[in-house]
Design a protein around this ligand. Sequence first.
Ligand SMILES: C[S@@+](CC[C@H](N)C(=O)[O-])C[C@H]1O[C@@H](n2cnc3c(N)ncnc32)[C@H](O)[C@@H]1O
Length: 296
Amino acid sequence: MSPDYCVEDYLTENAMITTGFDDGMKAGSLHALLEHIRGLRAIDFAAYKPGTIRRCLQLRLAATGMPDCASYHKYLSENPGEIDALIDSLTIKVSHFFRNPFVFEALHEFVLPGIIDAFKDDTLRIWCAGCATGEEPYSLAILLKEFIRKEAISPKVFIIGTDIDRQALKDAEKALYSADSLSEVKKGRLDRYFTFKDGLYSLSEEIRSMVTFAYHDVTDLSTPKEGVFSDYHLIFCRNVLIYFEQDACKNVLNSLSGFILKSGCLALGEAEAMPSEHMLDFEEALPKTKLFRRVK
Ligand SMILES: C[S@@+](CC[C@H](N)C(=O)[O-])C[C@H]1O[C@@H](n2cnc3c(N)ncnc32)[C@H](O)[C@@H]1O
């Protein structure tokens, strides 16, 4: 793990994966519950690592006082409001601005110039899949703003952040952040792009207006590769695949590759790997950054 990786975040994320359980969750009742969630929200949590799911469900069992999975299933059916709390628990939204700052530096110095050069006349299209409450797409917007100013160029830019947690997307649109999420933001950027008010930092309109937010499930392999979800120069999908089973990871990566233009880049999280079969289509853009360039 590099020193830039936030240890606390890593532990928070991975505790969910490695924690053992004694859970009153028989495979049959868990399967029925996951099917029920799929029916309510069209999200297939069967693609997630079982340890993650069980640990997150345990939190809801404890919060609602239900002794086992079958009782919780009944509770969920009788309390329509519970589904939002459950989705909130199942989706781990640890994030902060400029997470792994060296990736953003590498992007600015080595990756963006090549992309801008190769696609001079295009609108620069960036997609942040699994964007939580917006920290990552807004970091990319700040980076782009500064890059464009420095290079004195004027490309059109489209940045979209997507997630399956609708509340997270609403919070992203509000763009109000605690000091914790800004710990990697340099002072100059903090002064320039944020205003401190009532204990929170509000992001400036000039950056907010650069990002669009929308619901999208990366495991939905039927997403058409046209319209909004087509022809990306850069896709960030960091710290999302870490929660998925291996086969689901491969399917998602297959799907995401189809949205990236040749010579465009895909960013994965520091603890995530590109499966070897995908390395036929990608090459490392820069070692140790988890930035991969599509070559085919
Ligand atoms: C740990 S956060 C990562 C946020 C950001 N990418 C980062 O690295 O800081 C994981 C995000 O993935 C989202 N997520 C989980 N499953 C997803 C899915 N199937 N499709 C889209 N987003 C998903 C969660 O809701 C959560 O906001």
